[in-house]
Design a binder for this molecule. Structure first.
Ligand code: DX5
Ligand code: ZN
Length: 220
């Protein structure tokens, strides 16, 4: 599986979203990662449905929507209407993750399931067959710019092995504190979608940052 880079809009200049989105699209981004926070599940609020709708005409990039919400199932339809292409929900808040994943799929979106650094990776196992992506957080969700937690990498390895054992090719996404310095370790562990906010939008040359995170081994 080739590595995909998903810049997180959370670290963009909110007064210039269109400009920043175009820069990362031109700079080689594969997806645009949208971090939606509700101030309940996580102790922070970011942006929501109207912003997603407003930026939809600015780009062809797929909208990879990471819902850090206490009740994500209530917002699946509005995000679809706003232009989301995939929706990822936290396993920690879903009593029946399978039902939420099917709800997302039923609206022709890709579905993802996410776990926090302290959540065991085995929580994802019953759902692997129905997942379009599995997201392993490498920071506590809620804020950009935190330090990468390398102790989540064994969970990525375990998940990659589990997928291999079952003959599945579920993309494994890693999110939080990803930089050019730790990206190789993420890729080696088996992550195939690397989310990066501050390492991309905080860089003077965003295209160079995207290439550096993607890694020399995947540049054609
Ligand atoms: C954290 C978000 C991440 C984060 C990524 O709650 O899910 O997507 O903003 O930003 P960096 O790369 O700055 O950690
Ligand atoms: Zn995220």
């Amino acid at each position: 599986m080739t590595t995909q880079i998903a810049p997180s809009l959370l670290s963009a200049d909110f007064a210039n979203l269109e400009r920043d989105i175009r820069v990362v699209e031109k700079g080689g981004a594969d997806l645009l990662h949208l971090d939606v926070m509700d101030g309940h599940y996580v102790p922070n609020i970011s942006f929501g449905i109207p912003v997603v709708k407003s930026i939809r005409p600015c780009t062809r990039l797929k909208f990879d929507t990471h819902l850090m919400l206490a009740r994500p199932w209530e917002f699946v339809e509005p995000f679809k209407a706003a232009g989301s292409d995939s929706i990822t929900v936290h396993a920690e808040v879903c009593e029946d993750p399978g039902a939420v994943l099917r709800q997302i799929r039923s609206l022709d979106m890709e579905c993802g399931l996410c776990i926090n650094p302290s959540t065991p990776v085995e929580v994802l196992f019953p759902h692997l067959e129905e997942l379009d992506l599995a997201l392993i957080m490498s920071v506590e969700p809620g804020f950009g710019g935190q330090s990468f937690q390398p102790d989540v990498l064994p969970k990525v390895e375990t998940l990659a092995l589990q997928c291999l054992d079952r003959g599945l090719s579920v993309p494994i996404q890693i999110d939080g504190g990803v930089t050019p310095d730790n990206a190789a370790a993420c890729r080696r562990a088996g992550a195939t979608i690397l989310v990066a906010g501050s390492a991309v939008f905080g860089a003077a040359d965003r295209a160079a940052a995207i290439s550096a995170i993607r890694g020399a081994d995947t540049i054609a």
